[in-house]
Design a binder for this molecule. Structure first.
Ligand SMILES: *[C@@H]1O[C@H](CO)[C@@H](O)[C@H](O)[C@H]1NC(C)=O
Ligand SMILES: *[C@@H]1O[C@H](CO)[C@@H](O)[C@H](O)[C@H]1NC(C)=O
Ligand SMILES: *[C@@H]1O[C@H](CO)[C@@H](O)[C@H](O)[C@H]1NC(C)=O
Ligand SMILES: *[C@@H]1O[C@H](CO)[C@@H](O)[C@H](O)[C@H]1NC(C)=O
Length: 315
């Protein structure tokens, strides 16, 4: 009986491995548009896909980012300057992509551009703190997707959205987590709509990785300090100086614990774009596989308890 179970399990794993390892033909014919290619995941992914022979259209926020990337890649790779929060800029980028890909359509759209500003308790934040993050991570993505989707439908291609483990489990205050929850739910709806058109949608939910986003720790700490400084005296007294210190420590340890193997994330993105059977969700990172995602499935009273135990407390 046990042996039978083992054999069935083995066959399932083998099948899964086989399905996962099937890669598309003619990768070199395919165009992929990636946002946020200046640094981090977008930058590495652009180089990786360029090496695979794909035709990469890389959108960078800055001219220097674009020049550096061009310097490190083949002549196939083309760049454009794009601020995803500027709708007219997104429209011109969409026109540029449309003219470049022509009848082939756009095989891959990678929504990668993202920011974070400050991770402190909700009460310390202002509406502007939230809207700044939501504007890039969520509305910017929506704009790019909506304006480019017809090209992806033409190619019966793929959309890959970069979410985060913070889009599955609310770990931190501020706009980052809500922006990633929004990415998850919109991607889910769109995947169901796009099934009709043969377009596949994948969501990448990395745990903590060392990208410029996490390396900006000093600025997050400074922003937290600024917020703390702006709080009314009564509020400060209620939380206590020690609570604030624990918040900065928690942020530091979270970021120091981040993995530097960022290629684990771009490998998932690459799989989503090049595999015959891409997955719906990828969760690269041990922290996310063995802690955050499992905790997100627990009943709320248990996950609340677990996260409360490791969170900052008043003394
Ligand atoms: C790959 O390209 C070749 C030549 O352009 C074509 O004959 C073939 O059908 C293509 N294969 C797929 C799967 O599109
Ligand atoms: C790109 O490479 C050229 C020649 O190798 C160099 O002169 C230029 O400064 C580089 N540009 C950037 C932005 O690194
Ligand atoms: C977006 O705006 C920037 C700065 O105004 C400009 O340099 C860039 O060409 C625009 N991008 C597109 C695709 O038009
Ligand atoms: C990707 O995420 C954006 C922002 O949440 C959403 O608007 C878009 O529909 C998603 N794309 C797909 C194909 O799911």
């Amino acid at each position: 009986m046990f042996l039978l179970l083992l054999a069935v399990l083995g066959i399932i794993l083998l099948y899964r491995w086989y399905r996962q390892s099937q890669i598309l033909e003619n990768l070199t014919d395919k165009y992929v548009f990636i946002t946020g290619c200046d640094t981090g995941f977008g930058n590495l992914l652009a180089k990786q896909l360029d090496r695979r022979g794909m035709k990469v259209l890389a959108a960078c926020l800055t001219q220097t980012g674009a020049e550096n990337l061009k310097n490190e890649t083949s002549s196939r790779l083309q760049t454009t300057i794009l601020d995803v929060t500027d709708t007219t800029n997104v429209s011109s980028a969409a026109e540029w992509v449309s003219a470049t890909v022509g009848n082939a359509g756009l095989w891959g759209l990678v929504n990668n551009a993202g920011i974070a500003n400050v991770f402190s308790p909700q009460e310390w934040q202002t509406k502007e703190d939230f809207s700044k993050v939501l504007n890039v991570n969520y509305l910017g993505m929506v704009d790019v997707t909506v304006q480019l989707l017809h090209l992806v439908r033409k190619a019966q291609g793929r959309v890959v959205n970069l979410s985060s483990v913070a889009g599955r489990l609310s770990l931190l205050g501020g706009g980052y987590s809500p922006s990633k929850f929004a990415v998850e739910t919109f991607s889910d709806s769109l995947r169901r709509e796009m099934r009709e058109f043969g377009v596949k949608v994948s969501i990448i939910e990395p745990g903590g990785f060392r990208t410029p986003l996490t390396l900006h720790i000093d600025s997050y700490i400074q922003n937290m300090m600024k917020q703390w400084g702006n709080l009314p005296a009564k509020t400060k007294e209620d939380y206590g100086e020690d609570y604030y210190k624990q918040c900065t420590k928690a942020l530091e340890s979270l970021i120091n614990g981040a993995s530097s193997k960022i290629n684990k994330v771009t490998d998932c993105m690459e799989h989503a774009l090049t595999a015959v059977h891409p997955w719906t969700r990828y969760s690269p990172g041990w922290d996310c596989k063995f802690f955050h995602i499992p905790v997100s499935y627990l009943p709320t009273f248990i996950s609340d308890y677990v996260l409360y135990r490791i969170g900052p407390k008043r003394v």
